[in-house]
Structures are given as structure tokens and as C-alpha cells.
Design a binder for this molecule. Structure first.
Ligand code: WTA
Length: 655
């Protein structure tokens, strides 16, 4: 086996193309170049062709692209379609009995759900939502366990043109509350509890708490799936059991034919301020991105068993669980539990049991699985696998190699997919069979995606030089705006100083090597990536300073072997620097506090107390210095402005 060093050193492409090529029409770099050039020659024509090929239109579009009001671009905007119809109904004539979802619960119960059954469930639930008064354009918050019903809820919203906003089940009541208020949601869909890794977590109780956090809230109905049968509080008139809601409903539900630009969903994600952003996606352009990438990047074939391990609470679970696989007519696995429960081989067992061909997960999961048993995959029959995907954070070459050689037995290409909540679907990723891979690089932009690395004015940087990752031309699956906040949308993603506001600014830094391959270096803003989840440092800081004991707080990321990054919080208390025991107690309180304010994923792993924070003369917190302190690195910054250098000593100590 070649070592990582030798591969990186020689900069050999890896693996060689050809051996795994099922992408019959796309073998070799020539195929990639042909597609790329086709998109370059006739950009809108390229996308129009795909939109006709992949989507079924109720009313065909005649206008492909509208850029009269930049950056509020529109695609296919005089066309009409329905996303749920594209994901379900159109398969009924050809493959109604094909399994759409193989569901495996936390406890190991397996349910096969065909396209016909899924369609029927979606129609009944959509009719149920209508009886609650949900209309086209209404907002519905979904706070659900990772079960078939989560997909049913999303598809049912799409069917009637309601705009869903899924909130990850690990978020706190306060986070649920903020999203309900910002979205102006009239209905919440949830479950009594969720079960993950053998542990139960309440969902309905959290929703109840969220709903009383302000005097008024826009929610009139809560739909509750019975998952564990736990005792829950019940508010008559407001709360409805899922099974009661659908029991009398017809399984026919005429879809709402919506405009191509109708918002399919909003999904809140962290940015560089304290307030999460409601990323708003379109219908047609979004689905087109999801389908095109299912075909190109996952090289979809009809007999595939596709498994994306992401929760529907994140964008990956939207594009590659709830929409993409269904739109293309795939069979997919949905798993409710965790990778290591009840044993560390659970993921491999699922691949073996359901004969998964295409496996898509995050580097964090890969790294923790290596740690738990680097040779465990060898104990399972993983011969069904033919393609491996990675998403959410940079994958380090060591993890890539293990994934490729041990999990994929050096047979399966690894597709490292770079994209974001905002881009809706893959942007930079290898097309297996056409684009050779290199461990640690997401390779080349997909055809029709004009990605570049530029300086702070928008000019290209040279080969090997770091810069801002931008996408120079609007593409169909990009976000349309931020919910209720068009100014923030423009300022965040199309800043005027970069190429006059014409480029989409991703918020990542990157460089390109001599082959033009992209290497993602990290975020350029104050966004952390903890276990593949985006967290805003400002959000965590605001949570900390909201605690009565805290006077000031600053949060930075620290590299971590498994999680990629961990949260380190520097805190100034309202009281004097605490003694050891009290410090430990306060740190525990603050961890819990952040958990309850945002969610357990934001909990600071390390807390350090000081009498003050290091600041510049103008009063700005010296974050670079804090980052160095968090990493235990030597201080190279100019600290002459510090009034009291003793605080550096204090802030070096982790409680
Ligand atoms: C990071 C997840 C390197 C990046 C789909 C991006 C990646 C942010 C990769 C988006 C990758 C995602 N290589 N970094 N393959 N994929 N990222 O919105 O910093 O949760 O900006 O979307 O994750 O995270 P989000």
C-alpha cells in the first residue's frame, strides 16, 4: 500500500480512474473537460438542458435565468412544478413497488417502504396538514427524530407548497423558539421523544418550552408522532397526534403547482453574528442541484442502495436524504441511531445487512470509527460498496486513506464533496470515473460551477496561494436570500469590495495546486466546524454573557483529532477569579447553560477564566492571541498594549 506521504509527495492522483468506472459515459478527464466546456460555452443553455432532463414540469419554463435584480437571481422562473410530485408521483408508473426507504431504528427494527407507500403516507399527511389550515407559503417547523416520518413531513410540506424549516433534534428550546419566531411558523411537527444510541431525549417537552418563551407565538398547532410512548403534556386544541391526524385522510392529494422560485424551505445556519441565518432555497433550482449531483458525483445507478448518514436537521440530510435520492428514484437507507451503539461496528453491520453501495458520511465519523476499531470493517462483508463520500469538513489525508483502503478495500473511489447549506448541493467534488482523486482535496468544480480562489478585491491569486473561495456565476441551487433579511444576504454573500459584489463569497479559504485542484483551508469568518457542524463563535459568546455570572466571554476553536475543532471559551466572571473548586463548579454550570441556550453541540469543551481578556488599544479582543493560547502555542503577537500580561498566564489554564 502506498503511504500518504508518498502520494502527497509525488502528488500522484489516486486512485487511478478506470477500475471502478460504472459512469459509462464519463470515463477519463476528457469527459470532465467536455462537460465543463459545454457549460462554459453556453452557461444558461447547459443548465436549461439539465432542468428539462431531470425535472418534470407542470408548466414548462421559457425563461432560464433572470439577473435583472442582482444578487436576487432567478432560474426557470416562469415554470411551474411540484417538488413532492417530482420525488414521488412520477416514479409510480415505472417503479411503484421499488423500495424507497430501508429504515433501521435505533433498536434495530427494519422497515422497507416502497415508493407507493411513501407516496400514500405523504398524501395522507399533507391532507392532514390542510385540515389544520396549512396553506401554500405557510411556514412549518419540523423537529423530528431521524425516521421515515421526518421525510414524510418534509415531502408533505413540499406537496402543499408550505415552507418547512427543519430544526436539528439536538437544538435547545431557545433555539427552537428563535427559529419559530423568525420563520413565523404556524405549525410545529415533532415527536414525543427521540431515541439515539439507546438514550431517549424529549422533543415535545422542548417544543412546549419553546412555545411559552414569549407572550405570543405564531404557532396554532403541534403535530406529535408517538415514538416512545413517553408521558407528555397535552394541550387540547393545539396538540394533535400524528396517527389521529392521518387516520381519516385520503391518500390522494393533488399537489400544489408552484412557481420554480417558490421557497421550498428555509434552514437556519450559523454565521458571524449572534443570530442564525434563515437560508432560503428555491424549488426547481434546488432540486436540480440535488439531482444533478446524485447523478454526477454519486454516479447513481438504479440498483444502488444509497446511504447518507446525515440527520435531516442539516442541509446534507435535506439534499441527500429527503430530496435528491427520492427525486432520482433511488433506494436509500435511513438510520435513526448512532455509529457506535450498541457496538462499534454498527455502521459496518448496516452496510453489510442492507448491501449498501454508496456510503456518504462525515470525516468526524470516519475518524472516530478509526479510533474505535481501525480493523473492524474487515470483520464485515462490505463487498457491496462501490462509492464512498465525505462531507462537512476537510478530510485529512490519513482518514481519506483509511476510508479508501480499509472501508473501500481500494476498490471504491472516495468523493470528497465541498458545499454548504447555502449552495444546496455539491459544488466542488470529483466525478468518479472522470476526475482522478487526491487524498485531502475536493478536486475540481462540477461542470457549470465557476469556482475560483481570489484576493480581497476579487482578483485571482496564483497557484498554491491561499485566498477566498468564490463562485463567480450564479448557479441554480444557490440560496435565494436570507429569510426576512435581504440586506444581510447581500452583505454576507456578495460583498461590494470583492469584484463589485458579483461573486458569491463562500466564507472559506482555499488554494489550488498545479493541477487546479482545490484544497479547502478553513473558514474566513468566526464560524467553527465542530464534528462537521457549523457553530458561530458569536452565538456561543452571546449565550455565555447571558449568564448572570459572566461579564465577558470570547470563544475560539482549537484543532481536535476527531472532532476537527472543539470550542474553547475564555470567560471573565463578574466575581474575582475563582478558586479551583469553585472554578470547576462554575465551568460545569456554564457548559450546561450553553447546552440549554443553544444545544449540546455548542457546549464548550474547555473553559478558561481570567480577570480580563487581551485587547488591542482600541478595545478589540485579540482573537489570534486567544487562538494561540487555546492551542498552547508560543505567543508571537505584539502584546505591548496589554495592560496586565498576567492574564495570559491565567488564560492558559484550562479548568
Ligand atoms: C465546510 C455542509 C472542506 C466548509 C454541507 C463549508 C467542507 C461548511 C467540506 C459548510 C469539504 C463542507 N471539505 N470543508 N468537503 N464540506 N465543508 O453549511 O467550511 O453545514 O463552508 O454544509 O463546511 O457547512 P454546512
Amino acid at each position: 500500500m502506498a503511504t500518504i506521504e508518498s502520494i502527497l509527495h509525488e502528488n500522484r492522483v489516486f486512485p487511478p480512474t478506470g477500475e471502478f468506472v460504472r459512469n459509462a459515459n464519463l470515463s477519463g478527464m476528457n469527459a470532465y473537460e467536455t462537460l465543463r466546456q459545454a457549460a462554459e460555452r453556453d452557461y444558461t443553455g447547459f443548465w436549461a438542458k439539465l432542468a428539462k432532463q431531470h425535472l418534470t414540469w407542470h408548466k414548462p419554463f421559457t425563461r432560464v435565468f433572470d439577473d435583472t435584480d442582482p444578487p436576487f437571481y432567478k432560474w426557470f422562473d416562469d415554470g411551474e412544478l411540484n417538488i413532492s410530485w417530482n420525488c414521488l408521483d412520477r416514479h409510480l408508473t415505472t417503479q411503484a413497488d421499488k423500495t424507497a426507504i430501508i429504515f433501521e431504528s435505533d433498536e434495530g427494527e427494519v422497515i422497507h417502504c416502497s415508493y407507493r407507500e411513501l407516496h400514500s403516507q405523504v398524501c395522507r399527511f399533507a391532507n392532514g396538514l390542510k385540515t389544520l389550515g396549512v396553506r401554500q407559503g405557510d411556514r412549518v417547523v419540523i423537529y423530528m427524530p431521524m425516521r421515515i416520518e421526518a421525510v414524510v413531513a418534509m415531502q408533505a410540506c413540499a406537496r402543499i407548497g408550505a415552507i418547512h424549516s427543519v430544526v436539528f433534534g439536538g437544538f435547545s428550546a431557545k433555539s427552537v423558539h428563535e427559529r419559530i419566531i423568525d420563520a413565523g411558523a404556524s405549525v410545529v411537527i415533532t415527536a414525543d421523544e427521540q431515541t439515539r444510541g439507546g438514550k431517549r431525549h424529549s422533543l415535545k417537552a422542548t417544543v412546549d418550552e419553546a412555545l411559552v418563551m414569549s407572550d405570543t407565538n405564531p404557532v396554532h398547532s403541534v403535530v406529535v408522532l408517538r415514538r416512545t410512548g413517553a408521558d407528555i403534556a397535552w394541550q387540547k386544541g393545539q396538540d394533535h397526534w400524528w396517527h389521529d391526524l392521518v387516520s381519516q385522510q385520503s391518500d390522494v392529494c393533488e399537489p400544489a403547482w408552484v412557481n420554480a422560485e417558490h421557497p421550498l424551505f428555509t434552514l437556519y445556519t450559523s454565521g458571524s453574528t449572534g443570530k442564525p441565518k434563515g437560508v432560503q432555497h428555491s424549488s426547481a433550482g434546488y432540486l436540480l442541484g440535488a439531482m444533478t449531483s446524485m447523478q454526477l458525483v454519486f454516479d447513481y445507478h438504479t440498483d444502488d442502495i444509497f446511504w447518507c448518514t446525515a440527520d435531516v436537521g442539516w442541509v446534507t440530510g435535506h439534499s441527500y436524504v429527503a430530496y435528491g435520492p427520492l427525486a432520482i428514484g433511488a433506494t436509500q437507507v435511513i438510520f435513526e441511531g448512532t455509529p457506535t451503539h450498541p457496538h462499534p461496528g454498527r455502521f459496518w453491520e448496516i452496510i453489510q445487512k442492507h448491501k449498501v453501495t454508496t456510503f456518504y458520511t462525515a470525516p468526524t465519523a470516519i475518524r472516530s470509527l478509526i479510533k474505535l476499531g481501525a480493523d473492524l470493517p474487515g470483520q464485515y462483508d462490505l463487498s457491496s460498496l462501490r462509492l464512498l463520500g465525505s462531507v462537512g469538513e476537510p478530510i485529512n489525508p490519513e482518514a481519506w486513506m483509511w476510508y479508501y483502503t480499509v472501508v473501500g478495500q481500494s476498490r471504491c473511489p472516495v468523493v470528497d464533496t465541498w458545499w454548504q447549506t447555502e449552495t444546496g448541493s455539491h459544488m466542488i467534488a470529483p466525478i468518479p470515473g472522470a476526475v482522478p482523486t487526491k487524498p485531502g482535496s475536493c478536486t475540481l468544480p462540477l461542470p457549470g460551477i465557476d469556482a475560483a480562489v481570489v484576493d480581497e478585491t476579487g482578483l485571482p491569486v496564483g497557484q498554491g496561494k491561499g485566498g477566498f473561495l468564490v463562485i463567480k456565476r450564479p448557479f441554480p441551487s444557490m440560496l435565494r436570500t436570507l429569510w426576512n433579511d435581504p440586506d444581510r444576504f447581500r452583505n454576507t454573500y456578495f460583498p461590494a469590495d470583492i469584484a463589485g459584489g458579483r461573486y458569491y463569497l463562500a466564507g472559506d479559504s482555499a488554494h489550488r495546486d498545479q493541477d487546479g485542484y482545490f484544497w479547502i483551508m478553513g473558514r474566513i469568518d468566526d464560524v467553527l466546524n465542530v464534528s462537521g457542524h457549523r457553530l458561530g463563535t458569536m452565538e456561543i459568546e452571546s449565550a455565555l454573557v447571558a449568564h448572570p455570572l459572566v461579564a465577558e466571554a470570547a470563544v475560539v476553536g482549537k484543532p481536535h483529532e476527531i472532532k476537527g475543532e472543539i470550542v474553547v471559551a475564555f470567560v471573565v466572571l463578574r466575581e474575582n477569579l475563582p478558586e479551583d473548586q469553585r472554578a470547576v463548579a462554575i465551568a460545569a454550570t456554564l457548559r450546561e447553560w450553553v447546552s440549554s441556550e443553544i444545544g449540546a453541540i455548542a457546549r464548550p469543551e474547555e473553559i478558561r477564566f481570567g480577570e480580563n481578556l487581551p485587547k488591542t488599544r482600541s478595545g478589540k479582543i485579540m482573537r489570534r492571541l486567544l487562538r494561540a493560547l487555546a492551542r498552547g502555542e508560543a505567543i508571537t503577537q505584539d502584546i505591548s498594549t496589554l495592560e496586565n500580561p498576567v492574564i495570559l498566564e491565567q488564560l492558559s489554564q484550562t479548568v
